[in-house]
Design a binder for this molecule. Structure first.
Ligand SMILES: *[C@@H]1O[C@H](CO)[C@@H](O)[C@H](O)[C@H]1NC(C)=O
Ligand SMILES: *[C@@H]1O[C@H](CO)[C@@H](O)[C@H](O)[C@H]1NC(C)=O
Ligand SMILES: *[C@@H]1O[C@H](CO)[C@@H](O)[C@H](O)[C@H]1NC(C)=O
Ligand SMILES: *[C@@H]1O[C@H](CO)[C@@H](O)[C@H](O)[C@H]1NC(C)=O
Ligand SMILES: *[C@@H]1O[C@H](CO)[C@@H](O)[C@H](O)[C@H]1NC(C)=O
Ligand SMILES: *[C@@H]1O[C@H](CO)[C@@H](O)[C@H](O)[C@H]1NC(C)=O
Ligand SMILES: *[C@@H]1O[C@H](CO)[C@@H](O)[C@H](O)[C@H]1NC(C)=O
Ligand SMILES: *[C@@H]1O[C@H](CO)[C@@H](O)[C@H](O)[C@H]1NC(C)=O
Ligand SMILES: *[C@@H]1O[C@H](CO)[C@@H](O)[C@H](O)[C@H]1NC(C)=O
Length: 885
């Protein structure tokens, strides 16, 4: 539809006008130009009017249209800039109506962030004076037209965050004036065109997050003015070209998440301006070159997730501007050089998942700015140095899975900013230091699988923020201190495999947040306190292998969320207050029974009660118990249960919404750092509630091949959504926080918020959370999967919008209203979602709707002052509120 811009009729009119004007004057050259100019202006005016973008501004006089929003003219009244703001919705609806070829003086065209769809109109390539073209953050698709290469004056070209596919047109190499080229976040494939190497003025080249393959062309080395080169998250192979040493102005280099092999070339030492170097998640081998130490401006260095071996060069101590150093998941052997202590600006240090040996040098205490220190899964030995106590800014310390011996230094008490402390899987001895009481910000404490002795210190009771406490598999004796009652935020408590005596304190009744409680394999006696029946959030309870007597209190029956119990091998007596399903029955005789508790997915195993001489399970309502056990029938049973569970759909992402486009629907923003399945052990705030108590973390890693992109179904506000089929054939949706985002308190907070709220509420029209993993390395939530995605997307898809008849829409609204009424009136304290929008309403296969995304929701304390902070999504915020920027 390449329409002619110079409408012959208009041109004729202009000529007539011109002839009338000049009839008495000598025809001059300037006069002719004036005539052509007025023809141009007329056609510009017509194009603006016909586009309909400014339909409420109908005064077409030249002086007026130059004041329309987003239009700038030159002194002659010709349009040189079109950049309507993104609130200008008419651009989206009438994109195709604009005849771009009419603006022969146009210098700047900015249509970023307008939800534009379709392909790039060919007339854009005919704008002879265009210097700036920004089409980013739209839903544009198709190939990038080769004709863009005709825009020879172009200085900045931004087509990022769209759905462009196929390869980069080689003709872009003609844009000799180009300084900024951004094609990131598309679906471009094919190789990087060598012709890009002729863009001699280029300062900024971004191809991040595409599917570009092949090797990196040597020609890129000609871009000597380049300051920023980002070709991360693609499918590039081959080695880092030696010509990169010519890029002497480079400040930012990201080659991460490709399949780049070979070693890190020595030439990297020539890039002395480099401040940011990210080579993570490639196949790099060999050593970390000491030449790196020449990059003294470096403040970010990430070589994680490669196969680098040998040692950490002591020269790394010269990189004194470094604030982040990540060598996670390589094959590094040898010691931690003491020179590391010279990196006094370091805030993040991750050496975990290597084979680093020796002990931690005491110089580590010089890194006083350190906030995160991960050394887990190495072969470190010796004492935990007391100088760690100098790192008072530390908020995450993970030394687990090493061979540290000796006792926990009391200096640990100085780290009062610590929120996670993992020392599990070492051979630590001695007592748990009472100084731990200083760590009042602690949320996760894992000292499991060591040789710790003595009592559980009553000082633990002051750690009011503790959510996760794991002391399992030690040699802890004595009783559980009653101070435990103060841990009101505790989610999980693992004290199993110790020598704990006396009885279960009734103080447990105060732990209202408790989800998982494992006291198994101790010497606990006495009876089960009825107070346990007040733990309304309890999912998983294991009291097996103790000497507990008396009966199981019927109060436990009232725990609606309980999924798994184990009372086996105690001295319990009486009857079991749970309705047990017949373990091997394939009839439906028990369905009505299960219906009552179907929401809690309970499958209590008979084995959960065995080893108690006088305990009588109650199968009375069901068909007789068969004793034969075979895997087939168990499987059938499991399937039946899955079937009887209502399918709750839960991709709670603001998938289409946050960038106002659909571009990210099927894509993830970043590949995630690989985590070996074993990297999350007991020491992580990890819990997934399933029929058998837990879905193994390993199952999730296996099902998603370590969160491989191919399982990613969306990306949004924070994190990406993956689809995973578990061994049980159950399909779940995983909402995973990106690695970098996990380090940002705001994201971290909304993630935890969602966990907190969703595990407390239950409603037919609210998405149901099956579990979560809260570990700095890997944070995700688990929901059941739903095919139909968000209401927002469904309404934008023509076919789906038709399917959503008015009756269906009414019932969706009804469901949402019920859910909100439940949140506001039936929950105590009331919950306000604070971000109800069509993208936070999800649809299941039957088009039933569910409220999702509780990231900014709040518990409303009726006595507190009203909250004046505005949160939510523009366009959905209740009217009458003042929107400040
Ligand atoms: C357009 O603006 C001009 C100049 O201000 C004015 O003379 C004219 O009346 C306006 N026409 C319309 C239709 O508003
Ligand atoms: C293009 O527009 C987006 C959105 O407004 C902006 O973030 C980006 O910086 C612009 N690109 C250039 C090269 O100016
Ligand atoms: C683009 O979106 C409009 C609605 O804004 C729709 O009518 C049109 O069909 C879409 N075009 C394409 C090519 O998807
Ligand atoms: C790179 O640095 C080496 C020495 O480290 C030097 O011999 C070589 O000439 C440099 N190359 C360029 C292109 O600057
Ligand atoms: C770099 O480190 C090495 C060893 O730590 C040292 O000998 C050398 O002087 C340092 N170089 C610079 C330029 O600081
Ligand atoms: C670097 O560390 C080493 C060993 O810890 C030390 O001897 C040296 O003085 C440090 N260099 C600087 C410049 O601080
Ligand atoms: C660094 O640590 C060492 C050993 O702990 C200590 O002797 C030295 O004084 C520290 N240097 C600085 C600058 O703090
Ligand atoms: C506990 O913290 C205080 C300051 O918050 C500090 O003075 C004290 O030394 C710490 N105690 C221990 C044992 O570390
Ligand atoms: C609650 O908000 C109103 C305005 O909406 C304000 O006048 C009032 O002072 C607020 N109350 C408190 C306790 O902050």
């Amino acid at each position: 539809m390449a329409s002619i811009c110079y409408d012959p009729k208009l041109l004729a009119n202009a000529t007539i006008l011109f002839l009338v004007l000049v009839s008495s004057i000598v025809v001059s050259c300037t006069g002719l130009v004036a005539a052509l100019d007025s023809a141009l202006l007329a056609s510009e005016g017509k194009a603006l009017l016909d586009s309909g973008w400014w339909s409420s501004y109908d005064n077409l006089t030249i002086s007026h249209r130059c004041t329309w929003p987003g239009i700038v003219c030159n002194h002659a009244g010709s349009v040189i800039e079109i950049s309507p703001s993104s609130e200008f919705h008419k651009v989206r609806d009438k994109f195709g109506k604009m005849n771009f070829s009419c603006f022969s003086n146009l210098v700047r065209l900015d249509l970023a962030n307008h939800e534009l769809n379709g392909t790039i109109p060919p007339q854009i390539s005919t704008l002879p004076k265009l210097r700036y073209l920004n089409l980013s953050k739209n839903c544009l698709t198709g190939e990038l037209p080769s004709s863009l290469g005709n825009l020879s004056r172009l200085v900045e070209l931004d087509v990022s965050v769209n759905n462009f596919f196929n390869s980069i047109p080689p003709k872009l190499g003609n844009l000799k004036n180009l300084e900024i080229l951004d094609m990131s976040h598309n679906k471009l494939n094919g190789p990087i065109s060598q012709t890009l190497g002729s863009l001699a003025k280029l300062r900024y080249l971004n191809l991040h997050f595409n599917q570009i393959n092949g090797s990196i062309p040597l020609e890129l080395g000609s871009l000597t003015n380049l300051e920023n080169l980002d070709i991360g998250v693609n499918d590039l192979v081959g080695s880092i070209p030696s010509t990169f040493s010519l890029l002497s102005n480079l400040i930012f280099l990201d080659l991460s998440h490709n399949r780049i092999s070979g070693s890190i070339s020595l030439e990297i030492g020539n890039l002395t301006h480099l401040e940011y170097l990210d080579l993570d998640s490639n196949n790099l081998i060999g050593s970390i070159p000491s030449m790196l130490s020449l990059l003294t401006n470096l403040n970010f260095l990430d070589l994680s997730n490669n196969q680098l071996n040998e040692s950490i060069p002591s020269e790394i101590g010269n990189l004194t501007n470094l604030d982040s150093l990540n060598l996670f998941f390589n094959n590094i052997v040898s010691l931690i050089p003491s020179e590391l202590g010279n990196l006094t600006n370091l805030e993040f240090l991750d050496l975990s998942y290597n084979q680093i040996s020796g002990s931690i040098p005491s110089e580590i205490g010089n890194l006083t700015r350190l906030e995160v220190l991960y050394l887990y899964s190495n072969n470190l030995i010796g004492l935990i140095p007391s100088t760690l106590g100098l790192l008072t800014n530390l908020n995450s310390l993970d030394l687990s899975s090493n061979q540290f011996n000796g006792s926990i230094p009391s200096e640990i008490g100085n780290l009062n900013n610590l929120s996670t402390l993992y020392l599990s899987f070492n051979i630590l001895v001695g007592l748990i230091p009472s100084e731990i009481e200083n760590l009042t910000n602690l949320e996760s404490l894992d000292l499991g699988s060591n040789n710790l002795v003595g009592l559980i210190p009553s000082e633990l009771g002051v750690l009011k923020n503790l959510m996760f406490l794991d002391l399992n598999n030690n040699k802890i004796t004595g009783s559980i201190p009653s101070e435990i009652r103060n841990l009101k935020n505790l989610y999980m408590l693992y004290l199993n495999f110790n020598y704990i005596t006396s009885s279960i304190p009734s103080a447990f009744g105060n732990l209202r947040e408790l989800r998982n409680l494992d006291l198994s394999s101790n010497n606990i006696s006495g009876s089960i306190p009825t107070m346990l029946g007040t733990l309304t959030n309890l999912r998983y309870l294991n009291l097996s292998y103790n000497q507990i007597n008396g009966s199981i209190p019927s109060e436990l029956y009232k725990l609606a969320f309980l999924l798994s119990v184990n009372f086996s091998y105690n001295n319990l007596s009486g009857s079991v207050p749970f309705d047990l399903p017949p373990p091997f029955d394939t009839h439906l005789t028990c369905d009505s029974l299960h219906e009552q508790r179907v929401n809690s997915l309970e499958i209590f195993q008979a084995t959960s009660f065995e080893g108690n001489k006088n305990l009588y399970p109650n199968f009375s309502n069901c068909s007789p118990l068969k004793t034969k056990r075979d895997s087939h029938s168990i499987k059938t049973k499991t399937k039946r249960h899955i079937h009887s569970i209502k399918i709750y759909l839960p991709i709670t992402m603001s998938i289409c919404l946050l960038f106002l486009g659909c571009y990210s629907l099927y894509r993830c923003k970043v590949k995630t750092t690989q985590v070996k399945a074993t990297s999350l052990k007991n020491g992580d705030l990890f819990s997934i509630w399933n029929y058998d108590g837990k879905i193994a973390y390993e199952d999730i890693i296996a099902a998603t091949e370590d969160f491989d992109l191919k399982y990613c179904i969306g990306s949004g506000g924070y994190g990406s959504v993956y689809k995973a089929q578990l061994p049980s054939e159950k399909v779940v949706a995983l909402k995973k926080l990106h690695h970098r985002e996990a380090e940002q308190p705001a994201f971290d907070k909304s993630f935890k918020n969602e966990v907190k709220l969703l595990t407390q509420i239950r409603h037919m029209s609210i998405v149901k959370l099956y579990g979560f993993c809260l570990h700095q390395r890997c944070m995700f939530l688990v929901y059941e999967y739903m095919e139909r995605g968000s209401l927002f997307c469904a309404l934008r898809n023509d076919a789906e919008a038709v399917e959503l008849s008015w009756m269906k829409r009414v019932s969706i609204i009804k469901d949402i209203a019920h859910a909100l009424s439940y949140l506001h009136h039936d929950c105590n304290p009331p919950i306000v979602h604070r971000d109800i929008s069509s993208s936070n309403v999800l649809l299941n296969s039957e088009l039933k709707s569910f409220v999702a995304d509780f990231g900014v929701a709040r518990l409303l304390d009726p006595d507190s002052s009203n909250n004046t902070v505005l949160v939510g999504t523009y366009g959905y915020i209740a009217p009458g509120k003042k929107i400040s920027s």
